[in-house]
Design a protein around this ligand. Structure first.
Ligand SMILES: NC(=O)c1ccc[n+]([C@@H]2O[C@H](COP(=O)([O-])OP(=O)(O)OC[C@H]3O[C@@H](n4cnc5c(N)ncnc54)[C@H](O)[C@@H]3O)[C@@H](O)[C@H]2O)c1
Ligand SMILES: O=C(O)[C@H](O)[C@H](O)COP(=O)(O)O
Length: 382
């Protein structure tokens, strides 16, 4: 069985070797350079979001039986075409939801420190309450931060959480976008933040976009900022990646190269989910799991000697993931190396759960609910 996989898919060789594939049948490719010719004798195609999978790419791939994407977003896949060819398809829902939620928490912590506000004084409008929006809401709840959820589709489907209207979410102190990119249907998200909604934003608001660039009209956002609006922006995703509107960058508080979901765990869970999906389709036994391959993090245990407060939160969140590192890389390297290079050479980043905390009679439940592990007494003594 010949398996083609994106070179930016951690542990793909480890998962797929011996998977009915001989050495020369496990072939990596560059996501933006894959050609129809490379797919002529492929049985399986495993992509990330930068590969457009459509009729043009697959027309000559007559042996193809399975396409998988190690991502949450599926806007790069022509699923109707795959169905018309009877090609099985699987995405990786939820694989990097924790990673994106931790990106947002890191951004909030950094901005709270810079502008001297307490997170508990703010309300976060979460637009899109699926895997990522839900993980974020859980983390905010752990921290005692107020939030509003907006998701008309889930609301209509009978999800019994309390939902707010889009207008209510857009009026929150912080707006965090977690919707898929859609251009059709009852609630399309293309340019959800259009000129009208952008110009209605106040100077005090913060807008975070870690879903898809096209959800915000980037040109309208630039002209809004050029007119002097003080609204603070955190942008991980951009219209027209990799050829983005780089004039926007100086007007942002934090700018990154679509890496919110790039914790090692988040990326690798995507590979693992495709491994599981492939095993199901081809009736192979699932024998491997991600825990076999994840390396030990550089820091995996800490001891905390005080009760939880926002200063402590700032310290521990930044110890695991300080989004300013990725912002600095982006600002310094974009014009020299380009958007894709920054993503491809992304330095290691781990999730909060990679660190276990020991505590002596201190109240740290907020950190454990946020995602940090609790170190039990026996482990501490080892
Ligand atoms: N920056 C990154 O690295 C990164 C990582 C993961 C996901 N993403 C993007 O974020 C998106 C969301 O991720 P997810 O895991 O939560 O996906 P998901 O499919 O689990 O949830 C998306 C939610 O958005 C809701 N929704 C759709 N249209 C809406 C609208 N108009 N208004 C409000 N809600 C709407 C859906 O009902 C759904 O519940 C993905 O589709 C992907 O494009 C980006
Ligand atoms: O949709 C997703 O899962 C995310 O946007 C993901 O982080 C995209 O990463 P890429 O596939 O572009 O490497």
């Amino acid at each position: 069985m010949k398996i083609l996989f994106d070179e930016n898919m951690p542990f793909a060789r480890e998962f797929f070797e011996n998977f009915g594939a001989k050495e020369n049948e496990l072939v990596s490719f560059k996501g933006r350079e894959l050609t129809a010719e490379q797919l002529i004798d492929a049985d399986v195609l495993l992509v990330r979001s930068i590969t457009q999978v459509n009729e043009q790419l697959l027309n000559d791939a007559r042996k193809l039986k399975f396409v998988g994407t190690a991502t949450i977003g599926v806007d790069h896949i022509d699923r109707a075409y795959l169905a018309s060819r009877n090609i099985a398809f699987s995405s990786s829902p939820g694989c990097n939801a924790i990673s994106v939620a931790e990106y947002v928490v890191s951004a909030l912590v950094v901005l709270a420190e810079k502008y001297l506000f307490a997170l508990t004084d703010k309300t976060i409008g979460i637009i899109g309450a699926g895997n990522t929006g839900t993980r974020l809401s859980e983390k905010l709840e752990a921290l005692g931060v107020n939030y509003k959820l907006c998701d008309p589709l889930l609301n209509d489907a009978g999800d019994n959480r309390a939902f707010s209207t889009l207008e209510e979410a857009l009026a929150c102190d912080v707006i965090s976008l977690h919707v898929p990119l859609t251009r059709e249907g009852s609630n399309p998200t293309y340019h959800l933040l259009n000129d009208e909604r952008i110009t209605a934003l106040s100077d005090e608001q913060i807008v975070i976009n870690a879903c898809r660039g096209e959800v915000i009209d980037n040109k309208a956002l630039l002209s809004f900022k050029r007119q002097g609006a003080a609204t603070r922006l955190v942008l991980d995703v951009w219209e027209n990646e990799p050829n983005i509107l780089s004039e926007l960058i100086p007007f942002t508080e934090l700018s990154t190269a679509h890496i919110a979901g790039y914790s090692l765990e988040g990326k690798a869970r995507g590979t693992e989910m495709l491994y599981q999906a492939l095993a199901k389709v081809f009736d192979f036994k699932v024998e491997k799991s991600l825990s076999q391959f994840l390396p030990k993090p550089s820091i995996n245990r800490i001891k905390i000697n005080q009760d939880f407060d926002e200063i402590l939160l700032n310290q521990v969140v930044k110890m695991v993931y300080d989004v300013r590192r990725d912002d600095a890389i982006f600002r310094q390297q974009l014009s020299r190396f380009g958007f894709d290079h920054i993503r491809k050479t992304y330095p290691a980043r781990r999730e909060f759960s990679s660190v276990a905390i020991a505590s002596e009679n201190t109240e740290l439940n907020s950190l454990f609910q946020l995602g940090f592990e609790r170190l039990c007494k026996i482990e501490e003594e080892q």
